[in-house]
Design a protein around this ligand. Structure first.
Ligand code: HPA
Length: 234
């Protein structure tokens, strides 16, 4: 048991999927895992451990934003021995070729500021995904014929952004999408020598202002969970 996770030692698997939404963790565990049991309810940030194709997996909510994710990921790695951490979440598309429901595999995650920013001082650290996981996720997505884009994303501190110029510059520099967690996940994984990846479904688009209706989010979310699980155990 840690400050924010109530699981007993041994109740968390070495492979952890991290949706932002705790109810997405419940849905994914009930849909894709066998023998899933709830291992965390602290603050309602649900976590479940079960099996996928005979492999032990935990699906733990991370909350929204880097400060929240940072708490869970620190405790998962340092106290529970997590070795492979894959964020499964949504993002806003930032390029014309990136369409609603497409999946983005985030090679890098740029950020203005993450909870780790203070340790880098003058260095513009480049948080990057684990290559082995990224390559395996790309193969898994192609095998399922899910449209994917591989490249850089932007981890923002705000959902309701007041800096249209920043969005413009990110788009100009080829950033595929915006979300709020991956940069800190990648930084923590690199710091602790474990593997991380963010697999993201495009749920809205910053240029076209389209958004995925809520009844269509589940199917796209399911593709993403399967890509993440396949990549984790490839
Ligand atoms: N901005 C930030 N985070 C997001 C977005 C967005 O447009 N869509 C999904 N997560």
């Amino acid at each position: 048991m840690t400050v924010h996770i109530g699981a007993k030692p041994g109740e968390i698997a070495e492979t952890v999927l991290l949706p932002g939404d705790p109810y997405r963790a419940k849905w994914a565990a009930e849909t894709f895992l066998t023998d899933a049991t709830c291992v965390n309810e602290t603050r309602g940030m649900l976590g479940f451990t079960g099996a996928w194709n005979g492999n032990r997996v935990t699906i733990q909510g991370s909350g929204m934003g880097m400060p929240s994710l940072s708490i869970y990921v620190n405790e998962l790695i340092r106290d529970y021995g997590a070795r492979t951490l894959i964020r499964i979440g949504s993002c806003g598309g930032m390029q014309p070729e990136v369409k609603l429901r497409d999946v983005i595999l985030a090679m890098t995650a740029s950020t203005v500021s993450s909870p780790s920013a203070t340790i880098f001082r003058e260095v513009n650290f480049a948080p990057s995904a684990n290559w082995q996981l990224l390559a395996a996720a790309e193969r898994a997505a192609r095998a399922k014929a899910v449209p994917i884009h591989v490249g850089g994303i932007y981890s923002s501190d705000t959902f309701y952004d007041e800096r249209p110029d920043l969005t413009e510059q990110m788009t100009r520099h080829g950033i595929l999408g915006v979300e709020m967690e991956a940069a800190e996940l990648y930084t923590l994984a690199l710091r602790h020598g474990v593997r991380a990846l963010a697999v993201l479904t495009v749920s809205d688009h910053l240029q076209t202002h389209e958004a995925l209706p809520s009844d269509q989010r589940e199917k796209s979310f399911g593709d993403m969970v399967e890509i993440a699980l396949t990549a984790a155990f490839s």
